[in-house]
Design a protein around this ligand. Sequence first.
Ligand code: ADP
Ligand code: MG
Length: 346
Amino acid sequence: TSSIRSEGSGRVSLSGSGSTDSGGAPRDNSVDMPSHDDRWPRQNSLSMKEWDIPYDELKLYEVIGAGRFGTVYRGSWHGAVAVKVLHVHALNDHCAPLDTFKHEVATFRKTRHENLVLFMGACMKPPRLAIVTSLCKGMTLYTHIHLRKDKFTANKSVLVAQQISQGMGYLHARGIIHKDLKTKNIFLENGKVVITDFGLFSVTKLCFGNNARGDSLGIPSGWLCYLAPELVRALRPHASLHLPFSKQTDVYAFGTVWYELLCGEYPFKGQPAEAIIWQVGKGAKQSLANMQASRDIKDILMLCWSYRESERPDFPHLLSTLEKLPRKRLARSPSHPVHLSRSADS
Ligand code: ADP
Ligand code: MG
């Protein structure tokens, strides 16, 4: 299993199939602790500094959204940016959250892909912790699907899913698990997919709580249906940090995104959390009986939602499956013009 633990020393350790490079490579989760800790190569510490943005250099304009752990502002830093300012009131002396934050920043800075949001840097001096990325111009898939009720043709859904698979395949190849893949974290900019918030799950949950109130499991609405059975079965009150995220749990979440694209709603729509937990935990899936789609398209869904993680495809496999879907069924309909981006068109 995988877990993220705050150990006695206040350090945060990742074990099992955690979010970063596997294998024997040194993990840089304490890369630039300004201390006598010289177990890490010096250039690691220097390269961390390159990503440190002095808070004073940022201009913050209006709030564009409030997430679970912080506030997102439209801002300016050598051009338009999005700034996620973390609520740091929960930071305590143990400084585990700060270590985790730096660890996740270290992960973030290793990503360069057309379908991933551009990470520009972070403010890493408490109490001012913030993540600076490029500002996504389009709307999220969530807004398209659930708020605007935009219809995605099978054709367009495939193009979007291909780009998500490309971005996710890249992340996984670099040893990064997204942990929070959902339509709210996928932007569509003129037909181009941009994935955000990869690898930030622990800092958001670890430092700043998980919305848990009283005896509730602290499950934000619209989160549960992305959780693979092994995650659902591991849910405990106040303990979302120990969830066994893996590449395969990202694939399960992708299945849910694929369902939303095709059906315009969440799986298990309208059902209470307890009912979803019970069904998913014992291996039941959203029925596809009423879904208007080809066998191939439904097969992708069923594979991604496989109860056993070993039966879920990986993203390169998904990409080639999506590319092989019969194109003739995917003709553009004049009443639903599809805007294709360069990358999506090929
Ligand atoms: P969530 O992903 O659960 O909606 P977040 O804290 O990640 O919560 O985001 C809060 C809001 O800020 C959302 O409306 C999101 O679309 C917006 N947002 C986050 N990152 C960016 C970005 N890079 N560009 C534009 N808007 C963003
Ligand atoms: Mg987000």
